[in-house]
Design a protein around this ligand. Structure first.
Ligand code: NAP
Length: 268
């Protein structure tokens, strides 16, 4: 079966432009059409950051698209093909059966004080909430029940595939992407006799939801993967595992923990 229509998203590196040129010609030889608007395969060329951009460009069509990442720098978590393996990549695309690999996404509902209905976003890596100048104060609810009052720099909520990104830098656990759950990690929480939070990351199941209710303030910064929303009237943000998932084409079943070791530890 040929999937037909392929969109290619690349970063600005010269190696990515060279790889794109070669890939386009290999795909056309194999009877694929390059279609940047209505593809059923999206190939990103660059790093994990480029892959995040490709995901968000097509996040409204997730049910019809399979993604694939080519890396032109170091091995990534979403980019598992190298730029010198493009012939193999194209022949894999043509010969292989539909890939069944898919991973969880985060569903965010952002409620602004001046709007009735919350606005919906999807995150592939994570969302963070930070306050720019003063201590962020936020009530954390799990399944609508108050869990803790957080004071500190901010909070990060990540997917399993995002657990190796920002989440890891703030002390979150690395989660295998086959686990259908999401994670809340603190960013420099204030903990003393007066203020108390759990002080450790928590993993939340796919049947639960988390709501972070923010104290009224004009200087919050909310990030969703590569994007930043600077908004002064966010009332609360709720999180759950999304109904949609990201599907991969010709995914390489590299042992997840080997990938983690390659990225962060190297040779022992
Ligand atoms: P960036 O600051 O240009 O790159 C941040 C780094 O995070 C890059 O090395 C990127 O890999 C890597 N990365 C992205 N997703 C990853 C994942 N799932 N697992 C492991 N590493 C990952 O930012 P960007 O390119 O716009 O990407 C945005 C993402 O960067 C955010 O979602 C956030 O997770 C991450 N980030 C992390 C920190 C931190 O750890 N302190 C700070 C800012 C942003 P590539 O080089 O392959 O692109």
């Amino acid at each position: 079966m040929t999937d037909g229509k392929v969109a290619i998203i690349q970063n600005k590196q010269e190696a990515s432009s060279i790889a794109k040129k070669k890939l386009v010609s290999l795909l056309q030889e194999a009877n694929y059409t390059i279609d940047q608007n209505d593809p059923n395969i999206v190939i990103s060329i660059g790093g994990d950051g480029t892959f995040l951009s490709a995901f968000h460009e097509f996040e409204h069509k997730l049910d019809q698209i399979r993604f694939l990442g080519v890396h032109t720098g170091h091995l990534g978590f979403y980019t598992d093909w190298r730029d010198f393996e493009l012939e193999e990549l194209v022949s894999n695309l043509s010969n292989k059966q539909e890939s069944s690999i898919s991973y969880p996404l985060l569903d965010l509902q952002v409620k602004y004080r001046d709007q009735k209905a919350p606005k919906r976003f999807l995150a592939l890596n994570e969302a963070t909430m930070k306050r720019a100048t003063r201590t962020m104060v936020a009530d954390v609810y799990i399944k609508d029940e108050l869990f803790e009052r957080f004071r500190g720099d901010g909070l990060s909520v990540s997917t399993p595939t995002g657990s190796t990104a920002y989440n890891k830098s703030v002390g979150g656990a690395v989660l295998h992407p086959r686990i259908n759950a999401f994670q809340l990690a603190e960013i420099a929480s204030l903990n003393n006799r007066v203020f108390r939070t759990l002080g450790s990351p928590i993993i939340i199941s796919d049947s639960e939801w988390l709501t972070i209710s923010l104290e009224e303030s004009s200087d919050y910064m909310v990030t969703i993967d590569r994007a930043t929303i600077q908004h002064d009237d966010i009332e609360w943000i709720s999180f759950k595992i999304a109904d949609e998932r990201i599907h991969f084409a010709s995914y390489r079943h590299m042992h997840f923990w080997r990938r983690v070791k390659d990225a962060f530890i190297g040779e022992v």
